[in-house]
Structures are given as structure tokens and as C-alpha cells.
Design a protein around this ligand. Structure first.
Ligand code: GLN
Length: 312
């Protein structure tokens, strides 16, 4: 990107940060105390281009737990290890039109609708090949670190709280063992999933992670091949159709980019072969998507013609 173009990007991010800082809607997740204590004013935006350039505005080096934003990246790991058929046998590829924690499994196949809702993500996490749960999580953490371009850590207090309050996810795991969607022990599967939700990263990290998917699985900052290109394409397709929960349709119409949100206020979006972008702002809308993140992406998409269906 030329210097002039990079100035435009930085200015746009900074202008959005200033204006959307005043957007005072939504509520911070409060199902565990650590998330309830999040600063509702914390707001950062970062963009990484395919040549590894970083653009940012606001609080981009504050760590937060990634929660559901980990789902596409762990899906990428499972797909890279096992191939699409093995993953498809356990988890569908259809938007659910339901909440992220819905208790819904396909009556005919017993599979969760897609890997972006909790049920599907738990089934995917359990598929990651490893000799035991500790090594499975170590592989997941290592892979998330390769996406980010630096080693990541777990917030142990958030992990413990997730585990203490996670009965709904536990129930989903047991239901899925009953239907055959879940490989292995349900208790171990959810423990690994809770740890995965508690992985810490910054907006800067997340933008690199999204850019790696946009760049066909190659981290544009480190140059590492994190996952094969067909895996990145498949993950982006599932983010486009299922990444924003039951608002996925509205998101595709109004923003038009593959994306994934999380309950701690993180949001990633990818412009294939162009950029990765990340926003963090804790207040969530009724669906569970971050209010400022959604507003920022709507504006950026409109202003710069980022919608995938847009004819430049
Ligand atoms: N830890 C959360 C859960 O499993 C993650 C969900 C989310 O970020 N939407 O309920």
C-alpha cells in the first residue's frame, strides 16, 4: 500500500474510533464476573494488509479473552489435520438462524448446524488429534499463536469461571455424544473448549490472525504457512455464512465480509486477498455481537466498497 493510502486507512480508523466511542448502546457480557468487569469504554481497531503493514487506532495492545473468536481458527486446525470429510461427518455447514448457545442438533444426522455455534465448536475442538487433552489444548494454543505470529497464553481465572458456569455447554457436549457428533469424552471436550475461550490476545494480534486467513493461510507478518489455502477458503466461507450468529444474514447484506464475533467484544473480519481487521469493544447487542465493532465494519465497508459482492 502506498503512503497516501496508508494515511487514508489510519485516518479512517482514528475517525471511526473517535466518533463511535460515543455510541453508548449494548451491554457487557455478565455471565462470569471477569467479563462483567470489562471496561465498556475500551475500544480499539486494527487492520493488517497482505504485505504485513499494520494500521491501528485506540486501545490495540490490551489483552482480552478471545471466546468465540477462536472458533474459526481451531476449525482451521481441525480441517488442516483431518480434511473436510472427517469434520463434515460431525458438524454441518449451514447457518443455524439461532443463538450461539442454542440446544439444536439436526434431527436426521445428530450434528450441530455449523462450527461457529457453541455445539459445533465443541465438536470441532474434540476432533483435534492428540494423545490426551493436555496435548490437544497445547496444539490448539500453539496454532492460535501461529495465526497471531506470537505465543499466546490463557487467562486461568476466566477459564475457571467458564468451567464453573458452563453447564449449558456441558449439556450440549453430552447430547452430542448421544447423537454421535462428539468424538471422545464430553467432559474433556468442554474443558478444552473452556480453555480455548480463555486464550488471551490483543486487537493487534487478532488483525494478524484475520489477515492470515485472508492471505490463504500464510501469516503476512511472519511468512509462516499456518494452514493450507483450501482450509483458509473453507473457514472464510463458514465465517461468511455463520460467523455472526443469527445476525449472519443482515451482516452479509450490510457488511459483506467473512467475520466472527465473541462474547468479550472481539470481532474479526477478512477481506480475502486484501486485509484482516479486528475490533474490540465489550458492549454487545441483543444477538451477542459487539455494538461498536458492527457499527465500525458497516461504515468501513460502505465507505471503502469492501463488500464482497461489490463490483469495484
Ligand atoms: N465462552 C462462551 C460460551 O461458550 C463463548 C461464546 C461466545 O463468545 N459467543 O458460552
Amino acid at each position: 500500500m502506498s503512503d497516501a493510502a496508508s494515511d487514508v486507512v489510519t485516518e479512517a480508523l482514528e475517525e471511526l474510533r473517535q466518533r463511535l466511542q460515543g455510541l453508548d448502546e449494548g451491554a457487557v457480557a455478565d455471565y462470569i464476573p471477569q467479563l462483567a468487569q470489562a471496561d465498556p469504554d475500551c475500544f480499539g481497531l486494527a487492520l493488517v494488509s497482505m504485505d504485513g503493514h499494520r494500521y491501528r487506532a485506540g486501545r490495540c495492545d490490551t489483552e482480552f479473552t478471545l471466546q468465540s473468536v477462536t472458533k474459526p481458527f481451531v476449525l482451521a486446525l481441525a480441517l488442516a489435520e483431518l480434511g473436510p470429510e472427517a469434520v463434515d461427518r460431525r458438524v454441518g455447514t449451514e447457518p443455524s438462524g439461532e443463538a450461539f448457545n442454542a440446544i439444536s442438533l439436526d434431527p436426521a444426522t445428530g450434528r450441530p448446524a455449523n462450527p461457529m455455534i457453541n455445539a459445533g465448536a465443541i465438536a470441532v475442538t474434540a476432533l483435534v488429534p492428540a494423545a490426551d487433552p493436555a496435548r490437544r489444548f497445547a496444539r490448539i494454543l500453539e496454532c492460535l499463536g501461529r495465526f497471531a505470529g506470537r505465543p499466546l497464553a490463557v487467562d486461568e481465572a476466566v477459564y475457571r469461571s467458564e468451567a464453573e458456569t458452563g453447564d449449558r455447554n456441558r449439556a450440549l457436549a453430552y447430547l452430542m455424544r448421544g447423537t454421535g457428533a462428539l468424538a471422545g469424552d464430553p467432559a474433556e471436550a468442554v474443558e478444552t473448549y473452556f480453555r480455548q475461550c480463555a486464550v488471551l490476545a490483543t486487537v493487534d494480534d487478532l488483525a494478524v490472525m484475520a489477515a492470515t486467513l485472508a492471505n490463504g493461510g500464510v501469516n503476512p507478518v511472519t511468512g509462516a504457512v499456518v494452514v493450507p489455502e483450501p482450509v483458509a477458503v473453507r473457514v472464510l466461507a463458514l465465517m461468511a455464512t455463520c460467523g455472526m450468529y443469527d445476525a449472519a444474514g443482515d451482516w452479509m447484506v450490510r457488511v459483506g465480509l467473512p467475520a466472527k464475533s465473541g462474547v468479550s467484544g472481539g470481532l474479526v473480519a477478512a477481506g480475502p486477498a486484501r486485509f484482516g481487521i479486528a475490533v474490540h469493544s465489550p458492549p454487545l447487542d441483543a444477538v451477542g455481537n459487539p455494538v461498536r465493532g458492527v457499527a465500525a465494519l458497516r461504515e468501513l465497508s460502505g465507505r471503502f466498497g469492501l463488500h464482497l459482492m461489490h463490483n469495484p
